[in-house]
Design a protein around this ligand. Structure first.
Ligand SMILES: Cc1ncc(COP(=O)(O)O)c(C=O)c1O
Length: 410
């Protein structure tokens, strides 16, 4: 059965930010990989929490009980998103902070001479915490990127493995060039190592599946998938239970609480759960009640969203190809990448391109997006690259406006 056509007007109607205009032009948000816009469902969840449910946890009174209920419900929704159990979902400030806490905790079980593998495709947030372990005498090995295709060099990856490999830290998708490494293949080659996956750029675009990948830890950020600014850590039960975290005496030692230090961002958690509801019901057909259908419905909707985004990406890539002096980066194959396209333009440095687009109400990022090593190795650190990220609320008209504006850049 062919999936129903993406009802772009119904999707857009849920995002108040899309009505913004700049210099008399409607804003076109291509900055999704830096943070997506937020639908009404999420705004309402945050606002309802702060107006009617706001309290600290585990009290004997109404708002405290409500807070416990909301946090539990959001854990359940995030577990649905990741195909996990509710007690495998922890919340934190953001992905970077959670990953430092994770690395710090895992370090307690490592000895000098143990080895950790990181990749040159990854965001700094999944590199710096592991390089920190060098202080303990841990050896950090790097997997290089094939710069022509911006894919991981899997032969080099295999060559880095040894009987001392304890941790593999790898991204599920590059936030700079969209590449999606083959996590199942990585898991197959390293059945015994602890697999830590950065899912920040992957989760908004693809079906995340903890059971399928059999990873030990997976991190993502709700603000990249239509939610507020909070981070989420999945820990596979046995790996999470073995984790020796820093915590205060009063903190529950059970999972997932053992890594959740201090008071959490309750309104952010409420919003993160609502972001999952949005992904289950992106066209807003069930705004009066939580969408039913669980994981199956969610997977179906993410696939529809992906089909829509990839349709736009095809138009974008075709249009970029026709602009003289414009050089897109990354894999030509559109299946194994997210709809995030970075490029350079001869004679027009990235900040200048981004500024000229901004004047026309078109928002794109320029720089290295903390994928610092990749951009360095591509020899593009000095002025960076331009990044266009497609989201399910972008339109074909916006893509055409963008292409037209790029042709005028000078
Ligand atoms: C791929 C990737 N990993 C990690 C991060 C860091 O996430 P956070 O801002 O939640 O710390 C980002 C943020 O841009 C990202 O794109």
């Amino acid at each position: 059965m062919t999936p129903a056509k993406w009802n772009i007007d119904a999707v857009r109607a849920q995002f108040p930010a899309l009505s913004l205009s700049v210099n008399g032009q409607p804003a076109a948000f291509f900055d999704g990989p830096g943070g997506t816009q937020v639908p009404n469902r999420v705004l309402e969840a945050v606002s309802t929490y702060l107006t009617r449910q706001n309290a600290n946890r585990h009290g004997q009174f109404h708002t405290s009980a409500e807070t416990d209920r909301i946090i539990d419900k959001s854990r359940h929704q995030l577990a649905t998103l990741l195909n996990a159990h509710r007690d495998e979902i922890a919340f934190g400030a953001n992905m970077t902070t959670l990953n430092f806490a994770l690395a710090h905790a895992l370090a307690r079980d490592l000895e000098a001479g143990d080895e950790v593998i990181v990749t040159d495709l990854d965001h700094e947030a999944n590199r710096a915490p592991w390089f920190m372990l060098k202080e303990k005498g841990v050896i950090v090995r790097r997997v290089p990127v094939d710069l022509a295709t911006c894919t991981l060099d899997m032969t080099a990856f295999s060559n880095q493995l040894s009987d001392r490999t304890r941790i593999i830290a790898v991204t599920a998708a590059s936030n700079a060039v969209g590449t999606i490494p083959d996590l199942s293949e990585i898991r197959q080659r390293t059945p015994k190592a602890i697999l830590v996956v950065d899912g920040v750029h992957y989760a908004p675009h693809e079906v995340s599946d903890m059971r399928k990948w059999d990873c030990d830890f997976f991190l993502c950020s709700a603000y990249k998938f239509f939610g507020p600014h909070i981070g989420i850590l999945y820990g596979k039960r046995n790996a999470f239970e073995a984790l020796q975290t820093d915590r205060v005496r009063a903190q529950q030692p059970t999972i997932p609480h053992r890594i959740e230090t201090g008071t959490l961002n309750h309104e952010g958690i409420a919003g993160a759960g609502a972001a999952v509801s949005f992904m289950m019901d992106p066209e807003g057909e069930h705004l009066d009640r939580p969408p039913e259908g669980g994981r199956e419905r969610l997977v179906g909707q993410i696939r529809r969203m992906k089909a829509y985004e990839h349709g736009l990406m095809k138009d974008l890539l075709d249009g970029l190809d026709a602009i003289p002096g414009l050089k897109p980066l990354g894999a030509p194959d559109s299946e194994n990448r997210t709809p995030t396209v970075s490029f350079t333009m001869e004679g027009c440095p990235a900040p200048q391109v981004a500024r000229q687009l901004a004047e026309r109400g078109i928002f794109v990022w320029d720089g290295d997006f903390y994928a610092t090593t990749l951009i360095e190795q591509l020899g593009l650190s000095e002025s960076g690259v331009v990044r266009v990220g497609l989201a399910p609320y972008n339109t074909q008209d916006e893509v055409m406006r963008l292409l037209d504006a790029l042709e005028r850049c000078q």
